[in-house]
Design a protein around this ligand. Sequence first.
Ligand code: AMP
Ligand code: ZN
Length: 481
Amino acid sequence: MSDRTATGAPLRLFNSLTRQIETFVPVHPGEARVYSCGPTVYNYPHIGNMRAYVFADVLGRTLSWKGYKLKHVINITDVGHLTDDADAGEDKLEKAAAERAKSIWDIARHYTEAYWADIQALNIRQPAQWTIATDYVPKMIAFAQSIEAHCYELESGLYFDTSTVADYGRLARAGTDEGESRIEPVEGKRHAADFAIWRKTPPGETRQMEWDSPWGRGAPGWHLECSVMSGEVLGFPFDIHNGGIDHREIHHPNEIAQNQAFCRTSASGANIWMHNNFLVERTGKMSKSAGEFLRLQLLIDKGYHPLAYRLMCLQAHYRSELEFSWEGLQAALVRLKRMVMAAERLVDVGEEGDASHPKLAPLVERFDSAISDDLNTAVALTVLDEVLAAKKIDAGAKRALIARLDAVLGLRLLEVTRAELRIRPRDAVIGEEQVAASVAFRREKRAQQDYAATDRLRDELAAKGVEVMDGDPLGWEWKLK
Ligand code: AMP
Ligand code: ZN
């Protein structure tokens, strides 16, 4: 079955739950409802985390491109996520607040704002709704009460008995089988995979964030939060639930178990579960604590435009692991610059474009098949390159088409300027005007074949951290090192 409300090729997406590519059929005709697991705001997101949101953004933009009215929700986890994804360790926010002697609310606000700044820098569209976990605590308590028959109480909290739902953990088994073995034992749990949906505050302790509940003062479990916020805002069943691939092992199987209990069905609560693979470093898994903390701001401080990182993500398929390297980022920046240069050439033409020009139709069709084929952004980008390079098509039509295609890829090709993409580290000791003047003077000397002066100027600039790039095919005359 396909969906008559959509345009172009049928949209085919990989469902982690069935391990198959499936044709997207919305629950509500003409609409697409998507829930993305959002950040735990105890620290800055690293660029790996941001890959998850670039992916969710491309998914949302593709759904819009196909003609669906998108309802997208991303949550902000400001309580309940422990230092281990299961039930061991401390609450990440309580821990950060104690270490930095700040209130949890200050910590949450600071890192939520930092995350939103990254969202904006990467041209990730705002979802229809951000849900903040702490706003939903009374609803979480009501949800937990309605599934109490599936739960048992221990001294440490209320636990979900995973043996009470059909086929617990089938999502995790779609990946590896290491899910269960990674869970730390908790005194009294009936099964290793059982998980806390309410964590009681231990006697004699007070937490900065705690609420009264039928099971005593405490805080909700992280998995409960996402079931409640997704069900509340989108209604079960909704269309797509997504997150990073680590969520396939514990967090999403636990959400599914709760949804099954709540809806009293064996269905998972969402028709399609999608997972982006990880961004990794050459040395292995990306981390916020070990080595260089790869925040988007670090890339910006080193002089890279954040959209180069977005392009780097789009060049890989979301289900493939992507290795971060500075060379890779540099290559993405050069590619972005090439695209922006081609787009800039179309700016001054001033003709009203018509993107439905007959010569463009085959390109639109190929772009649509690529993006409809489980979001094959890498191929979609090559079609966009072809559009940019296409000859004998009037500039207005080309511009209009680029705008349409870029609405899916989100590279801001018609807004960013070449100058903005120049590498400009924050700690550079020389101002841009000064460089431009020296480079222009050197160009003059070169034209006069005064090579002694040319070389001297090159060395002077090098001493100030500027590399002169003679004969650069992109006409990028210099860059800051
Ligand atoms: P967290 O703030 O830890 O809950 O993570 C936010 C999102 O980033 C989740 O969807 C994670 O699955 C995802 N994520 C974590 N690490 C990576 C990584 N290295 N690459 C891609 N996605 C990641
Ligand atoms: Zn979640």
